[in-house]
Each structure stands twice: as C-alpha cells, then as structure tokens.
Design a protein around this ligand. Structure first.
Ligand code: FAD
Length: 479
C-alpha cells in the first residue's frame, strides 16, 4: 500500500500529527511497534500542561510550549479528554531558590507567558493549606493544567482514524529504503510505502534516523519514577506543586491528576536502555522524601502503584523538528522530552508547515471532523439518565470494576471504538477498569472474558499488553 505520509510511532506526537494531517486530503498511516498506542513516554509522564516559563527563551521548546497550551486545551475539549486548568506553584525554601524563582519569572515574561505572579509563602499557603510552613515564596502560574496523557494520545489517534488515517499495530520498523518512495519493513515481514516519512519514534528516533543513514543526534534516555496515590488523597493539593528546577529537570512535583488521584515524582536518571521502565527503592524513596518537603501532609500509606517513564532527551536540550538534510521527504521530530505533551498540538501544526515546505501539497479535507464521541458520556449522566440508558442497554448496569465503577457496557464499547483496545491494559487505559485501589485484582478475569467474547478469541490468547503477555495457559474447561 502506498500512502502520502507514514508516521513512525503512535505516541502523542505521532497521534496529534496524524490528526492534524487528516485536516487535508492526504492518505496517512501510523506505524507502531507495540500492540497499542501510547506505549512510550506518552503513557508514563506527569501529565502537566506546563505554563511555559521554564524553556530557554528563543528555543523551539519555548515557542511551541507557549503556542501549544491554548491549542491543547481546545483539542482536549474537542476530543473529550479529562483535563483541568488547576494552575501551578513553583515553591522556594530559601533566598537562593527565591533568586531562581525571580529568574524563572523573567524567563516566563520573555517567553510571553501572561498572568504569572510571584507570591509570598503566606499567600501560597492561603491557596494550598497543606503546603510546607518552610515555603518562603512561590511562582503562581494560573494557565498551567493537568491532563490524562494516554487518553489524549488514544483520542488523537482515534480522531485521526475516524477521519481516515490508518493505524498499523505491532509494526516494528526494522529497516527503511528510499528510492522514489520510502519502503518501511516491519519485523514480521510486512511492508508499507509512503511519499513522506515522519520520525516520531520517541526514544528510538535516533535508531530510525540511522536506518536512513541520517543520524545526527543521539537520544539520551532519562527515566522518571513516580508514586501514584489513591483518590482518597486526590485533594491533598489542588495546584501542581513544583520545586525549583535543577539541571536535571523540573524536580519532584506533587499534583492531583486529571482523574482525581495524587501523583508524586519524577526522578531524573540516565538509563542504559530506553525500554528500562523499572522503579527502584532508591528512586521511590527520593520521590517520597522530596514530595514531603513541599507538602508534608502527603500520605504515602495510600500509594496504589508506582511506575516509570523514559524521556527522549538530547544533548542540545531543544526539540529537533526539521527536514533531513540528506533524504528528501524525511522529517525528524526527535528529542521530544518535556514539555512535549504540553506542546503536542503546536508540534503537529509546526510539522505540517515543515512538510509543506518539503513539497507536500495539502488541500483541505471538507469532511474533517475534529470532534470525537465522548467515551465517558455514560459516567457524566445524571442518575435518572443512567437509569433510562441502562433500560435500553443493560450491560451498562453491570459493574465490572468496583474501585472505579466501570460497567460492562463501557468495556465492550472500548473494544470497538477507534483505536480499539486489544488487550487488558488497553481496556484499562480507555475505561479505567483496574486503575483503582485493587489494581485489577478483582476485575481482570472479567475484563479478559469480555475481550475474548468481543474479539472472538479463546481466553488463552487474551494478553495483558500484546506479544508474549498471555495471562492464562492451557485449555478452558467446559462450564
Ligand atoms: C517522566 C516523564 C515526565 C514527563 N512529564 C511531562 C509533563 O508533565 N508535561 C509535558 O508536557 N511533557 C512531559 N513529558 C514529556 C512527554 O511525555 C513527551 O514529550 C511525549 O510523551 C513524547 O511523545 P512522543 O510521541 O514523541 O514519544 P512516545 O510517546 O515515546 O512515542 C514514541 C512511539 O514510537 C514507537 N516506536 C519506537 N520505535 C519504533 C519502531 N522501530 N517502529 C514503530 N514504532 C516505534 C514507540 O513504541 C512509541 O509508541 C514527560 C516525559 C517523561 C518520560
């Protein structure tokens, strides 16, 4: 099959770019090595819509963060992705950190970030009563927010697919040739051809570049470990609380999540392998200690899980979004570490401009519809509306995940809506079944049975996350 554009990688960058490209009459495919979308950094990050004061003025990061925030709020509304404009506070504990806050404030002004304010420790505690009494000053950024990063990615890819883009899963690109067109070879022998190729492969972007003999950057994988707390702790703070950034990143934050939990983290440590998403006792101790420095009331007895994500950092420190100097039709979108999530819509629009400059002719697609059906519409109904709906659709009256109150109807739907969930973790990210206190201990077998029924496959073929992650073995006994 020959496409106008192939996108390598279905993270938030590739997904948002695909959505942007379907605004035009173009054929587009997204090639993803995993069994689902949002399996890289876009699954495991802080989920913060950064205000934009942090990037170095004059960089692409500074520009696309500032442009990206309002665009992201708009896209989140159109795509029905959970988000909240909760504002952020960067807190200082002494004169040296206060001086850093002042520099951040000035940098924010240079980046065109409006409405920021330096406030006293007392004012900060009036906004956040659980803040440490040791906090002496804070930078308040009311435009910052929180968003669910994997639901955003799922929604962006889903909306792109609703508008004609194709997603090829388990398509691990292992080699690429360029003659008249790009020919992309997958590990399993499939091939795809395209006129233009966009590299959105996150921590593997340098490997993709290498395949075309155009590797001029090296991704430095930097892991961030987190602790996630139960929803009982979700109101410990209402703003996102940062400490002053260091050369290693934005420091440990304490934040509510868009889904109502409390999140602590991340660390920032270089790892050998980009796939290394293990958490470590030392990393999690560090997170706990530093989170309690800002918010001593943090109750880590209610931690429900820990996880890690890996940033695709690069020595230069800026996003790399530019056409290849060697291979016509090849666009690099690499080193998209933080604030890549906050900037994703702006990155997609900037990339389309680059592609046009590279000769892509793009006529508007009159059928484009940027609105996605709300997958959580049932949850938002009143009790009376739910009663009426359940009478019509009884599966919505059967609760599968008790912790998060997720119904059988929502799970069955998630197995058909673009991009359909294909495994237990995919259902989890779409519906939140298994995201609660018991972490799927109760509902996982029920979810597996629903996947088996809806996809017409035996239980032993149902996987946790694709590949060799089957959850049961042997033949099922007749009931
Ligand atoms: C710990 C951490 C905290 C962060 N916090 C924030 C934050 O609060 N706010 C913010 O704005 N940003 C944050 N970021 C940055 C943000 O998460 C990233 O900028 C964003 O997710 C990058 O998306 P991506 O699509 O470029 O990469 P990814 O999400 O990593 O996607 C790349 C995709 O390419 C696929 N792929 C790789 N190789 C191949 C291949 N050979 N063939 C086919 N597919 C392939 C991968 O499977 C993956 O799905 C954070 C990142 C981390 C790790």
């Amino acid at each position: 099959m020959l496409y106008d554009i192939a996108i390598a990688g279905a993270g938030v960058t590739g997904g948002m770019l695909a959505r942007e490209l379907t605004r035009y009459r173009l054929s587009c495919c997204i090639l993803e090595k995993e069994n689902d979308v949002a399996m890289g950094a876009s699954k495991a990050n802080s989920g913060i819509i950064h205000g934009g004061f942090d990037p170095e003025p004059g960089t692409l990061k500074a520009r696309l963060n500032a442009e990206g925030v309002p665009l992201l709020y708009k896209a989140a509304q159109e795509l029905h992705v959970p988000y909240r404009r909760n504002g952020s506070l960067v807190v200082a504990f002494d004169q040296t950190e206060e001086d850093t806050l002042q520099r951040l404030y000035e940098r924010g002004l240079q980046n065109g970030i409006a409405q920021m304010r330096l406030i006293s420790g007392e004012e900060a505690r009036a906004l956040e009563p659980n803040l440490s009494p040791e906090v002496t000053k804070a930078l308040l950024v009311p435009t910052a927010g929180i968003i669910c990063p994997y639901q955003l990615t799922i929604a962006a890819v889903g909306n792109a697919m609703d508008n004609g883009a194709e997603l090829l899963r388990n398509f691990e690109i292992v080699s690429i040739e360029k003659e008249e067109y790009f020919t992309l070879h997958a590990k399993d022998g499939r091939t795809v051809q395209a006129r233009f190729l966009v590299n959105c492969a996150g921590t593997s972007a340098d490997r993709i570049a290498e395949m075309l003999n155009d590797r001029f950057y090296t991704v430095i994988p930097r892991a961030g470990e987190y602790l996630l707390l139960d929803k009982t702790e979700g109101k410990t703070v209402s703003h996102t609380i940062f400490q002053v950034p260091t050369k290693n990143g934005k420091g440990v934050l304490v934040t509510p999540t868009a889904d109502g939990n409390l999140l602590l983290g991340p660390t920032a440590s270089v790892v050998q392998e980009a796939e290394d998403t293990r958490t470590t006792p030392a990393g999690l101790d560090f997170v706990e200690t530093f989170a309690k420095r800002s918010v001593p009331a943090v109750n880590t007895r209610n931690v429900i899980t820990s996880f890690a994500g890996v940033r695709a950092s690069e020595q230069g420190g800026d996003f790399i979004i530019r056409p290849s100097g060697k291979v016509d039709g090849f666009l690099h979108i690499a080193a998209i570490d933080s604030p890549g999530l906050s900037s994703c819509v702006a990155i997609a629009k900037y990339a389309v401009e680059q592609l046009r400059g590279m000769g892509l002719s793009a006529e508007p697609n009159p059928d484009f519809n940027g609105e996605r059906e709300d997958p959580h519409a049932f949850r938002k109904m009143s009790d009376a509306e739910k009663d009426a709906f359940i009478k019509q659709h009884p599966a919505y009256g059967r609760i599968v995940c008790r912790c998060e109150t997720v119904s059988e109807g929502e799970i069955r739907d998630s197995l058909h809506r673009n991009p359909a969930a294909a495994d237990v973790d995919g259902v989890k990210r779409r519906t939140r079944s298994g995201m609660g206190r018991c972490q799927g201990g109760f509902c996982a077998p029920y979810v597996m049975r629903l996947i088996a029924e809806e996809t017409r496959c035996p239980m032993e073929q149902v996987t946790k996350k694709g590949g060799r992650s089957a959850m049961v073995f042997g033949e099922e006994e007749e009931a």
